[in-house]
Design a protein around this ligand. Structure first.
Ligand SMILES: [Zn+2]
Length: 396
């Protein structure tokens, strides 16, 4: 025979009240104080998944969000990539391939900012000049920052001048080893504002060419590698992106302070600070630098994930500092450029980024105005880098 439990209303009221008070006291005793209006318990509090949780690399949830999509395979205006690392134009076949990719992306001009130097410069310049597309690429020259001692700066400056006379349009990209690993002749770390290097920056000013400098890396690379680090995956993948050992590397802020002293000390030199100075996650800091140093410009290579997660603040920043920002991509992967166009040009929401170890979040479009796009894509580069081919660019 079926025994039915007694319904709750059949329990004597006094017993029910006592039970409720006891339960209430027990709950109060077990819980820390809570904010007024806070509901508890939180649904997942104290629960463990009944299935093994996926790893950081396995969990790739399909987005169920349905919103309009506007992929942008070609830039709206012809672009100049000031942070170009394409294959060397010394190979005619590869140069032709690069130009083909540029055509499909609407990149009109590529600045070859590779690790060039006086030895390689003649071949690089000849490769561009002798190609069927001599107006699609220009080269910057570079200096080899190592063994810095008395006389180094003057020698490097003389080499720079020779390369510029031969056709180089700027200096850089000076890579991040300058500041992190480059050594003086006595074995100490070369400081970015080392006075021995002053002749180089003074020569840039005299020749009217920009110095394009990459300093450091994202601030998180200088922090301990723990589960609260936003770049945990990237640092776990790449041993050489861990700078938390203070016996080997300066702190992020000390390094950036050195950099800023260098820029401030040479107000007549035009500096392009690569990767938005690694302050794309702190645009107020970069804005303060722009306000303080009129000789400073930047480019947007490899920090798209930081712009795309703050579309409103980033649009405001690009609008305010539209005369100071240049387009640059860094690593030459033709299929990655359209992500930049989409972030800059559209108001699309919550779309994929291309590299999981840079960012585990989605991107949003900034919807920049045509006026801002033209300056960022090519106008500012034409303004601060003398002698660029100007054909094919509409008036800004
Ligand atoms: Zn680079």
């Amino acid at each position: 025979m079926l025994i039915r439990p007694r319904p709750w209303f059949a329990v004597p009221a006094a017993a029910l009240a006592l039970a409720a008070i006891a339960l209430g006291l027990a709950v109060l005793a077990a819980q820390p104080p809570q904010a007024p209006g806070q509901f508890r318990p939180r649904p997942a509090e104290g629960r463990d998944p009944e299935l093994p949780p996926p790893s950081i690399r396995e969990y790739k949830p399909r987005s169920t969000l349905v919103v309009p999509q506007h992929p942008v395979p070609r830039a709206k205006f012809p672009a100049i990539d000031v942070h170009g690392h394409p294959p060397s134009p010394t190979s005619a076949t590869e140069y032709a391939q690069v130009v083909k990719s540029m055509d499909s992306l609407n990149v009109r001009l590529m600045i070859y900012a590779g690790n060039n130097n006086s030895t390689r410069m003649p071949a690089v310049l000849a490769g561009i000049k002798s190609s069927p597309n001599p107006d699609r690429m220009v080269a910057f020259t570079n200096i080899n920052v190592s063994d810095v001692g008395p006389g180094y700066g003057r020698r490097a400056a003389a080499q720079l001048e020779t390369d510029v006379k031969a056709g180089a349009k700027g200096l850089g990209e000076i890579m991040k080893g300058f500041g992190l690993t480059a050594r003086t002749s006595d074995g100490s770390r070369v400081k970015l504002d080392d006075p021995e290097l002053d002749p180089i920056w003074e020569t840039c000013a005299r020749l009217g060419i920009p110095a394009f400098i990459h300093t450091g890396d994202p601030a998180e690379f200088f922090q301990p590698l723990d589960y609260s680090n936003e770049r945990w995956l990237e640092m776990a993948l790449y041993r050489d992106r861990r700078y938390f050992d203070r016996s080997r590397y300066p702190s992020f802020n000390d390094l950036m302070a050195e950099r800023d002293r260098l820029f401030a000390k040479h107000p007549k030199t035009t500096f392009i600070v690569a990767h938005m100075g690694w302050h794309a996650n702190d645009l107020g800091r970069l804005g303060a630098m722009f306000d303080r140093m009129p000789n400073l410009y930047t480019e947007v290579g490899a920090i798209l994930y930081d712009l795309g997660r703050q579309p409103r603040a980033a649009r405001e920043f690009f609008t305010k500092y539209q005369d100071r920002i240049l387009f640059g991509k860094d690593s030459f992967q033709p299929d990655e450029y359209p992500y930049y166009w989409r972030v800059f040009e559209t108001n699309d929401e919550y779309f994929d980024y291309y590299r999981d170890y840079h960012a585990f979040w989605k991107l949003y479009g900034l919807g920049l105005s045509d006026e801002v796009l033209k300056k960022v894509y090519y106008g500012n580069a034409l303004k601060i880098i003398p002698g660029l081919p100007r054909a094919g660019f509409p008036p800004v």
